[in-house]
Structures are given as C-alpha cells and as structure tokens.
Design a protein around this ligand. Structure first.
Ligand SMILES: *Cc1c(COP(=O)(O)O)cnc(C)c1O
Length: 400
C-alpha cells in the first residue's frame, strides 16, 4: 500500500536506516562513556566503538583510519579543509581554484578567505554542469595551494572528473579537496585511485544520522597539514577538539558498512527507478527539460524544468510529494539556483526546475504514483497559463 506523503528529497537528507538507529541506541543509555576516558570500562567500550566506526569510514573510501577526522557534518568538513589548508600553507601561496556550482559550504568559506587576502578562481561549467581537467590546468599558478572540486552536485547530480583533476594536481604539487557529500555511499570512491588529498562527507546524506560527518586528510604522499578551526582538548589529532559524539559516530560507521555492502545493487535499483520516473514524466508531458549531463550523474538524481511552470507554485500543489525546487539550502530565496544559472539556463527555466532525489526507501509504486501526480499538477497549471496556451494553440485557435 502506498503511504502518503511520499519522500523524494533524498539530496536534502535521507531517512536514517533503522539498522543504523539500532546500532546507535546502546551508546545513549548503556555504553555512554566518553571515548577519551582512559580509566574505566565505559570509556574503553566507547573508544572501541569509535575505532570500529573510523575503520568503516576509512574502508568505504580507501583511506587509512588515522586519516579520518570526525566532524559535525560536511559544512564543517569543508570549512576545515579549505580554511585549514589555506591557513597552514599561506607562506607557500595564496591562490585557490574551485567551481561556480559548488555547495555554499564551499563557496562561502572561499569568500571569507578572499576577505583575508587569498585569491580564488571559480571555474565555469559547461551546459551539462561539468568542468574539464584542462580548465584546472589553465587556472593553476605558482601561487596555487589548493583545488576544490565537488564529486557530485547536490542539485543536478553531475559527477565531476575527479580522477583527471587529481592527476593534474599531483603533477603540479597542488593539494586536491573534494566535497563528496552527495557521492559517498552512492558511487564507489577511492582516494588513492582519484588522487584526492582531502574529502568531505556527511552521514545524513547516506542514511546515517544528522550532525556527524568526517574529513579525510591524507597522511602520506603527501602529508597534508591543517590549521584547526577549534582549539580545545586536542581531540582528533588536535584537528577537531570536542568530546566525540559516540552514538552519532557509531551511526556514521554503520551507514558506511551498509553502503559498502549494498551500494552496488542499490545503485542499480535506484537508477532504474530514476529512469522510470524520467521516462514517465517525459512521455506524459511536453516541454520537459533534463538539467545536467544525461548519464554522468548520481543514480538517484533527476532535475527537470517544466517549461511554462513556476516550480514554487508547482510544489505548493504537490502537497503529498516531497521534492525541491532549486537548492534546498537557499530555497528561502526567490533567486534561481546559482547552479542552474551556471549551466546557462534562461531564468524562467531555472525557476521551473524541480529536483527529485530517489533513495534507498523509494519503491516502484511510489515512482508510478509520482509520475501521475506530477503530470496532473503540471497539466493543470499549464492550462491556466496563457503563454502555454498561446504556444500550443492550433493555427485556427490562434486566428480566433
Ligand atoms: C548537504 C551538503 C553539504 C552540507 O552537509 P551538512 O551535513 O548539512 O553540513 C555540503 N555539500 C554538499 C554537496 C551537500 O549536498
């Protein structure tokens, strides 16, 4: 039986997997020790759980456990990576390269660093939302200390060519950070194969709890130095002071284990649901435009513009379907998303964009229902839009 409302906003956040919750629960009420407590069993069992979680996170991305720093989420990880590297390497150079379509938690720290005297180059993307490693090469200067390129975009789901970018960064001795928040747990990622030096992730984007994430920081070849954002007890090798949130970290670890075990089959299932949604919508409606590269994208992402529709008006009539227009993080604003504008989308098409995020808990039944539900709402709104009527009138109707 279909249960309403239906959730298809899995880029904003995901439902915590019940298996993750189950793993977390004992660490609230029974095993509640501080993992830094060295003098009793409460501390030891918490420390052991954190150690296991650290191994699970590391294993998922091909890292070593000592290269994982627990944080409060990807916003903090991105801030730590960008400011931490900038401040630690400022005697080496003051130039950072990134991309216009990055998440605000990358763009805003870069703005802050610009105010401090760093120079930032933001690369433009092509019509599909992608950059090339040649663009990165052309942007590098002797002053460049860091390149930051997201793995998968949170709005249009496109996958940047990390391996090629990692290769040119390595050749030029420039550090390479990736915000992999949308990619982790959805597609295979290996920091060695990709030549990544720093990688940000957040548990709640892949069925873990909110409020916990990690930053991978390469320890050899090269050893990446970082200046911490927080000073205090010296936790996490002095890079992130503060008592470790054991239950959240255990949840992150469990989410990583589940992702590693199930990613392959899940990606296939989610991709086929996404393709079914796209087939259904584009066969029932005319003038539906797919935003972002057609194939180089996350399995669960579908971003479409319904021409002649305002997405904010559409979402009001889609009371029983949780999707988003533009970026969730800036949906309070009426400005169209900076990502869609960067693709070169006209403003009215950017305003007409809806992001569907299919995830682990979506079913075929939900997708089939959503197709009809959305198609009906779009058709109804277009019927009330004179511009659509005019463009689709028969010649006779037009004369009349
Ligand atoms: C969600 C998201 C973030 C921020 O993650 P938080 O856990 O909310 O801090 C950063 N980057 C991308 C690409 C995201 O999708």
């Amino acid at each position: 039986m279909l249960r309403l409302p239906v959730y298809m906003d899995n880029h904003a956040t995901t439902r915590t997997d019940p298996r993750v919750v189950e793993a977390m629960l004992p660490f609230f009420t029974e095993k509640y020790g501080n993992p830094a407590s060295r003098t009793h069993v409460f501390g030891w069992e918490a420390e052991e759980a954190v150690k296991q979680a650290r191994q699970a996170v590391a294993a998922l991305i091909g890292a070593g456990p000592r290269e994982i720093i627990f944080t409060s989420g990807a916003t903090e990880s991105n801030n730590l990576a960008l400011k931490g590297v900038a401040w630690a390497y400022r005697e080496r150079g003051n130039h950072i390269v990134s991309v216009v379509t990055e998440h605000p938690s990358v763009l805003d720290p870069l703005k802050r660093l610009e105010q401090e005297g760093f120079r930032v180059t933001l690369l433009p993307v092509d019509r599909d939302g992608l950059i090339s490693s040649d663009q990165v090469v052309d942007a590098l200067t002797p002053q460049t200390i860091l390149v930051s390129v997201m793995a998968a975009n949170n709005e249009i789901g496109v996958l940047q060519p990390l391996e090629a970018i990692g290769k040119v960064c390595k050749e030029r001795g420039v550090l390479f950070h990736t915000d992999a928040t949308q990619a982790v747990g959805k597609i295979p990622l290996d920091v060695e194969a990709l030549g990544v030096d720093l990688l940000s992730l957040s548990a709640h984007k892949f069925y873990g709890p909110k409020g916990v994430g990690a930053l991978y920081v390469r320890k050899r070849n090269p050893y990446v130095r970082l200046m911490p954002l927080l000073d205090g007890g010296g936790h996490e090798q002095g890079l992130r002071s503060g008592t470790l949130p054991t239950p959240l970290i255990v949840g992150l670890g469990r989410a990583c284990e589940l992702a590693q075990a199930e990613m392959h089959d899940e990606a296939e299932r989610v991709r086929s649901l996404r393709d079914r949604l796209w087939q259904g919508l584009s066969s029932r409606l005319d003038e539906v435009i797919l935003n972002g590269h057609p194939t180089r994208r996350l399995p669960g992402n579908l971003n479409v513009s319904f021409r002649y529709i305002r997405a904010d008006a559409l979402l009001v009539s889609l009371r029983n379907l949780a999707v988003s227009s533009g970026s969730a993080c800036t949906s309070a604003e009426v400005r169209p998303s900076h990502v869609l504008l960067a693709l070169g989308l006209e403003e009215d098409l950017a305003h007409a964009s809806v992001r569907f995020g299919i995830g682990r808990f979506n079913t075929e039944e939900e997708v089939d229902w959503a197709i009809e539900y959305v198609a009906e709402a779009v058709t109804k709104l277009r019927r009330m839009n004179p511009l659509y009527q005019m463009a689709h009138a028969t010649p006779v109707e037009r004369e009349a």
